[in-house]
Design a protein around this ligand. Sequence first.
Ligand SMILES: [Zn+2]
Length: 338
Amino acid sequence: MTATVAAQNACNLCGNEEVSVLATRSRSGAALRSVCCVRCGLAWSDPRPHNARAFYEDEYRVAYKQTAEPKPKHVLRAGRVAIDRAGKITALLNRPLRILDVGSGGGEFAYLLQTLGHAVTGVEPNRGYAGYSEREYGLAIQRGFIDQATLTEASFDLITIWHVLEHTESPHAVLTLLRHALRPDGRLVVEVPNLEATCQSPRSSFHEAHLFTFNPATLEAMGARAGLALQSLRVSADGGNLTAVFALSEPKPCAGIPGNHDRVSTIVGRHTALRHYLTAHPYQRLAARLARTVDESLALRAGGTGRALLDRLYRPLAGRLAPPAVAPNATLVATSRP
Ligand SMILES: [Zn+2]
């Protein structure tokens, strides 16, 4: 029998207030109560650990990376992540698109798309990173949170929101906004950490920056509630991330997801430190980190600006990821239905 308590904030997916407690500490060891809705299995930090807006405008990058602007090391890492992300959605990048990248950060992914011939707009609340990406790559960035951005109704072929939804105060409100900015045949790509992941140390499962955590069922239902039908869902090889592609549909309220709370609490409950250190995950991560450090110092030796660094990194992709050239009289609105 699950012990339940009343949440301070109602469930953002089904509106329920009855939750169980998944954890009481964050990965930094500070007090952070992570709860799970007994009706649908959505997980969130309750009460909210910080003033989300002030935190992301100024403090976030400094708190996590000790810098207000990306350093070459960060640009290199983010550039590689950008290539990986583009690789996950190559099927959607088969023609020149109007793309919105929400939470564009230092601009590495938006710049990759721009390099490949797409028309990209970024939205980024962090002042240091937004300013850097405008200056360094000539990107069009709307500074602020997504609900402060000026988005024309039905104006984007593709919207991407990588590792941002879990940081927002209301994923439902954000998805609803993005739905309205999508063209009728558009696609929304959402990537979030997976609540069911066991590749990280159990101590690292919850942290202050993540206000919500999804598993496949709650991510799909969160989209459905906002009028977005799931087209595909991919779980990363290590189980750590969920990448969902959504298309427009009619909003479908969530009255609960049978069995999902028990599934989530069982997986989280079984993910103990002892079990974790008996798997290969921590050792693989350590080896990967060491290899990355050596590899980065070689890649950074050539020096130069962030732009020069990314140009070197992205050059080999031009032929592989760029959409085919479109004849002057061809339409740009042909769809790529899955
Ligand atoms: Zn719920």
